[in-house]
Ligand binder design. Sequence first.
Ligand code: ADP
Ligand code: MG
Length: 447
Amino acid sequence: MEAQFWSQFEKRLKTRIGATSYNRWLSHLTTQDISSNTATLSCPNTFVLDWIRLHFYGDILATLREVTGQDLSLRLVVAPSREEKSRKDTLPKRQLSLPGTENYLHGLPFINREYTFTNFVVGPCNQFAYASAQAVTERKSRLYNPVFFHSSEGLGKTHLSTATGQKIITNYPETKVFYTTAEWFTHEMIQALRKNLISEFKEKYRKRCDVLVIEDIQFLQGKDKTQDEVFYTLDTLIQMDKQVILTANADPREINDLKANLRSRMGSGLVVDIKKPDYETKRNIIARKCAKEQITISEEVADYIARTIESNVRDLTSALINLIATSSLLGQKIDLDLAKETLKSFIKNKTVTVAEIKKFISHHFKITLDQLQSKSRSRGVTYPRQVAYYFCRKYTDITLSAIGENFGRNHSSVLRALNKFETSMRTNRNVRDAINYLTDKFEKSYL
Ligand code: ADP
Ligand code: MG
């Protein structure tokens, strides 16, 4: 029974993330067990574990949910192979859970315990956000409420908001810190409505928590009912002097399709942005990570990585972990050549334009540009158009409205199409495979 379960799990995971990534990274996973709602998987070493946690955590959780029909927590551990056992003593040990805090950190599967203030590198790009987060951990008074962190992807919002929650619990262990995301909040609310448990749901967030973190507020765009619920929750908590911490990919004033009362509530405390890291900060992040992993890399390689990765801290850490993990799997030392080779996939030509995406899509689907931009609703045109929107989101920084303008649509129609498309990617294997193929092809030609 168990063996059957794992083989199904592996099969689905492979389909979900594609054979290449699966074979490279996840085939090294060995399954251990499932007990007390936790699935334990072991990785050959800490570097591979880091990489998997960074990139496939969500996919693994989602696949577990698909196969078991339950929301399980995921525990990744290091179980070295026999050859590696001899090196085991030199590998840093990890603490995967902090006993005693589980009762309070609601939404545990989301929490990454390594997101602490100590592990956060401060530089000009994020020092104000860092100081604001620190200030929130002092209970003196709620000077800033809510605190709203915003930035583009991978710049430390989740890290900082998790660090804040963890520090509050360390300082004041009796505090009930609830951590959630706008998506999860919405999901929970829908479930509660279905099961006639909405008053319990309301009570949980309004009465039983002292600090509430809700991440990725942009997910609430256009979801009026959830917005109302979030608004009343924030209102109640703030009136009771409970701390609220929010994050999003944009300033609340710039998130479209939010109701005015919620927008102004969210912007009424402290709104702080985090910027892309400068060269020095990037070097410090690299140095910190290497020290933690007990790895030495040359000045030349560190400089190369810091100069090459411009996008965000997630890509920077990813590139470094990829390099370290690749060297550990291949048994090859880290030099400039290996760095150049492994960083190839991170070097993105940022000049992908909507025009290039349109050209690629219309060529691939054999339709004309006019058809792609037309009002036609025939499937032969709407599907390529959805893919084009998806590519615009994935490969450019432009807003939904700007994408809309490029196709003669408004931003809510783009949002609707994207939601529909993403659902079909999640639920339809053929769509997913086709898009993986197309993505590869696009990246080969344009990135
Ligand atoms: P966001 O929520 O803004 O998308 P995350 O908080 O998930 O970004 O950060 C992405 C990755 O980069 C995480 O692994 C995080 O630990 C790391 N990171 C971001 N900023 C820093 C920093 N200043 N110091 C160290 N690590 C950072
Ligand atoms: Mg985040």
